[in-house]
Design a protein around this ligand. Structure first.
Ligand code: ASP
Length: 331
């Protein structure tokens, strides 16, 4: 990718840019993602969309924009893609509905916003951000969250916009076996498209040294009774504080909540002196002990992205400074 650094920048300005690192990392869910499960064409689509999301975030950061804008921009690209379980392409509830959750956090001051069980808001991450910036609250759910987002003038869409044939088929299979589709745990024999999460998330460091994190999901296939996972829970699926790290999680939400995963990771760095990688590995070990699986992305103020997952793969990528985005899927 061509470097977004302004071509006309003076050598001094260029040097200053080099000394103020910026970076973004993203995930598109973790699970039983094997080479056998993805055709080359589908894999290319995933890679292209991940790279597009990274570029969207990178452009913000390269133009001296805030990490908050960068993570929102990257997540929006992934929400707009039918490939991932967030926004368009979200999984179905037991009743054949879409209920989307999202959260965002600003590492400067720990301001945070989150929404759960949205049904018509096109980009749930924008709703989460509106809660943070334009309400006195942190988490809004269901009809109230919808009403708030509409009042804020956020774009809406008909249910059909979010629906995809693949997710419908996953619901049919999950309903038949009365399985709460925790995709990570799907058997290898599961039908194509099964066996993976698709929750999306981003973490970023901007040139001012500020961290931010964002996460968005459709949750779990066949979920019932207003089930909400970790993604919109600040401290479980999302965390950002400049004093330690920014984190976004994907996986079996119930265990990530019980592990207070994202906050635990930050605390291990801040109070326990762990490196971000070690902290991520420890948190995943806890998640595993609790019977869960999934992955985490982390960034600290050095701008070095960290990835950890205890599944076969995780859609992921990073872009450090102006270097070309790098994406990966398998272990
Ligand atoms: N963590 C999400 C949830 O439990 C699902 C996922 O990551 O795919 O709602």
């Amino acid at each position: 990718m061509p470097g977004p650094v302004a071509a006309g920048a003076t050598p001094g300005a260029r040097a200053a840019m080099q000394t103020r690192p910026f970076a973004i990392a993203i995930h598109g869910g973790a699970g039983t993602i094997t080479r056998a499960a993805l055709t080359p064409g589908v894999e290319a689509d995933y890679r292209a969309t991940l790279a597009a999301a990274l570029r969207a975030g990178q452009q913000v950061l390269a133009a001296d924009g805030p990490s908050l804008d960068a993570v929102a921009a990257a997540v929006r690209v992934l929400e707009d893609s039918p490939l991932f379980n967030a926004g368009r392409g979200s999984v179905f509830t037991h009743d054949g509905r879409i209920e989307m959750d999202a959260s965002i956090m600003d590492g400067r001051d720990r301001r945070a916003g989150a929404v759960a069980a949205l049904t018509t808001i096109r980009n749930p991450i924008d709703a989460a951000r509106a809660v943070m910036e334009r309400s006195r609250h942190v988490l809004l759910v269901g009809a109230g969250a919808e009403e708030f987002a509409r009042e804020q003038g956020l774009a809406t869409a008909e249910p059909e916009y979010f629906h995809t044939a693949l997710r419908w088929e996953q619901l049919r299979v999950a309903r038949e076996s009365d399985r709460l589709q925790i995709d990570h745990d799907a058997p290898a024999s599961a039908p194509a498209g099964d066996g993976k999460y698709g929750t999306v998330g981003a973490v970023a460091l901007d040139r001012d040294g500020n961290l931010a994190a964002a996460t968005s999901t459709g949750g779990l296939t066949n979920k019932r009774f207003g089930r909400v996972g970790d993604s919109p829970i600040i401290g479980a699926g999302t965390w950002a504080e400049n004093e330690s790290v920014a984190v976004s999680a994907t996986g079996s939400g119930e265990t990530f909540i019980r592990a207070a995963a994202a906050h635990e990771l930050a605390a291990l760095v801040k109070y326990g002196g762990r490196t971000p990688q070690r902290a991520a590995d420890e948190v995943l070990a806890t998640v595993e002990r609790l019977g869960g699986r999934g992955g985490l992305i982390v960034i600290d103020r050095s701008g070095e992205p960290v990835f950890a997952f205890n599944t076969e793969g995780m859609y992921r990528g990073c872009a450090c400074g102006v270097s070309a985005p790098e994406v990966a899927i398998y272990r």
